[in-house]
Design a binder for this molecule. Structure first.
Ligand code: COA
Length: 325
C-alpha cells in the first residue's frame, strides 16, 4: 500500500485594516517606540475593527488559501481552526467559518493551544490525511487577541496584534509534511494565562469581566527559548537531518530576540528566517500561517524547499512541523 502524506496546496492570510504603531501606543501607556523595538522587534500591529471577529479574519484568509489551492470549499473534508479567541463559546469558530464558506457537512472543530494553535491544528489535519480519514483539509490560525489585552498594562499590551492565516492540505503520495512534534506543560499555566472562563467564572466587577492576558514576560521568554531549542533538535533528529538542511525557518512571531535565539541554535542566517513580528506583533495562532503566506506570495519560499515551522504559547504548549513545500 502506498503511503499517504499531506501537502500544502495553497496558503492565504488576512490582516485587519487598522494599524496601531508604537507611537500610537505611547499615547495610551507609558512606553516608547525605542523600548518596544529594542525589546521585541515590534514596530506596529493590526487591530480588528469594532464588530470584526476571529471568524471574519479566518474567512478572508481561508478564501485566499482556497483560491491559491484551486479548491472549492464544497470539496473540503475537514476544517481545523486554531484559536484562543473564538467568536463565541459555542458553536466553534470552525463551524461559523464552515457555514460562511459554504462547506456545510464536513467535520469542523477548533483547537485551543494558545499561540501554538496553528501547529497543533496542522498536526491534527496531517494525522487525518495520513490515516485516510480526509483528503482535503483547511487548516486555519485566527485570532483577535487585542480583545483580551489590558490597554493599561504596558508590559503586555505592546506585544499583541490581530490576524489570520490558512493553508489547504491535500493528500499526496509525496511528502509534504514530514513530521510534527507537540508538547505541553500545564504546570506553568500561571506564567501566561487568561484566568477567567465559563466554568471558573468571570469577574463582572473588573474591566472586560476580568478577561485579560496575564504574563510573566521574563519567565516566558526563558522557557520559550529552551523549549523551542529542544523541539527543533527533536525534529531534526527524527528526520535524520542536519540543521544546515533547512531552507527556511518560519517561527512563531512573538519576539525578535526569541526568533534570533532559535536561528542561532540552527546556525541559520537571519535572511533565511521569515520575520513579520515587526509589522504584525504577536498574532498567536495567526502568526505562523501569516508568515508562511507572506513568504510564499513574495516568492521567497519555492516549491521543493524544506521548511521548519515552530511555535510556543500559553499552557505552556509548543511544537514544530517539518515539511517539504
Ligand atoms: N515600555 C517601557 N518600559 C517597559 C515596558 C514598556 N512597554 N514594559 C516593561 N517596561 C519596563 C519594566 O517596568 C522594567 O522597568 P524597571 O527595570 O524599572 O522595573 C523594565 O522595562 C524591564 O522590564 P522586563 O520585564 O525585565 O523587560 P524584558 O527585557 O524582560 O522585556 C518582554 C519584557 C515582555 C518584552 C519580554 O520579557 C518578552 O518578550 N517576553 C516574552 C513574552 C512573549 O513572547 N509572550 C508570548 C509568548 S507566546
Amino acid at each position: 500500500m502506498t503511503q499517504v502524506f499531506s501537502r500544502i496546496a495553497g496558503t492565504g492570510s488576512y490582516l485587519p485594516e487598522k494599524v496601531l504603531t508604537n507611537d500610537d501606543l505611547s499615547k495610551i501607556v507609558d512606553t516608547s517606540d525605542e523600548w518596544i523595538r529594542t525589546r521585541t522587534g515590534i514596530r506596529e500591529r493590526h487591530v480588528a475593527a469594532e464588530g470584526e471577529t476571529t471568524s471574519d479574519l479566518a474567512y478572508h484568509a481561508s478564501v485566499r488559501a482556497l483560491e491559491a489551492a484551486g479548491v472549492d470549499a464544497k470539496d473540503l473534508d475537514l476544517i481545523v481552526l486554531g484559536t484562543t479567541t473564538p467568536d463565541l463559546i459555542f458553536p466553534s469558530t470552525a463551524c461559523l467559518l464552515q457555514h460562511r464558506l459554504g462547506a456545510d457537512g464536513c467535520a469542523a472543530f477548533d483547537v485551543n493551544a494558545a499561540c501554538s494553535g496553528f501547529i497543533f491544528a496542522l498536526t491534527v489535519a496531517d494525522k487525518f490525511i495520513r490515516s485516510g480519514a480526509a483528503k482535503t483539509v483547511l487548516v486555519v490560525g485566527s485570532e483577535t487577541l487585542t480583545r483580551m489585552v489590558d490597554w493599561t498594562e504596558r508590559t503586555s499590551c505592546v506585544l499583541f496584534g490581530d490576524g489570520a492565516g490558512a493553508v489547504v492540505l491535500k493528500a499526496d503520495s509525496e511528502a509534504g509534511i514530514l513530521s510534527t512534534h507537540l508538547h505541553a506543560d500545564g504546570g506553568k499555566k500561571e506564567l501566561l494565562w487568561n484566568p477567567v472562563g465559563v466554568s471558573v467564572g468571570f469577574k463582572p466587577e473588573e474591566p472586560n469581566c476580568g478577561v485579560r492576558i496575564n504574563m510573566s514576560g521574563n519567565d516566558v521568554f526563558k522557557y520559550a527559548v529552551k523549549a523551542l531549542d529542544s523541539v527543533v533538535e527533536e525534529t531534526l533528529e527524527a528526520n535524520g537531518l542536519d540543521r544546515h538542511d533547512i531552507d527556511w525557518l518560519i517561527p512563531h512571531q512573538a519576539n525578535l530576540r526569541i526568533i534570533e535565539a532559535t536561528a542561532k541554535r540552527l546556525d541559520m542566517p537571519m535572511d533565511r528566517v521569515i520575520v513579520t513580528v515587526d509589522r504584525h506583533g504577536n498574532t498567536s495562532s495567526g502568526s505562523v500561517p501569516l508568515a508562511l503566506d507572506e513568504a510564499v506570495r513574495s516568492g521567497k519560499i519555492q516549491r521543493g524547499q524544506l521548511l521548519l515551522l515552530e511555535a510556543f504559547g500559553g499552557g505552556f504548549t509548543w511544537g514544530a512541523a517539518l515539511l517539504r513545500y
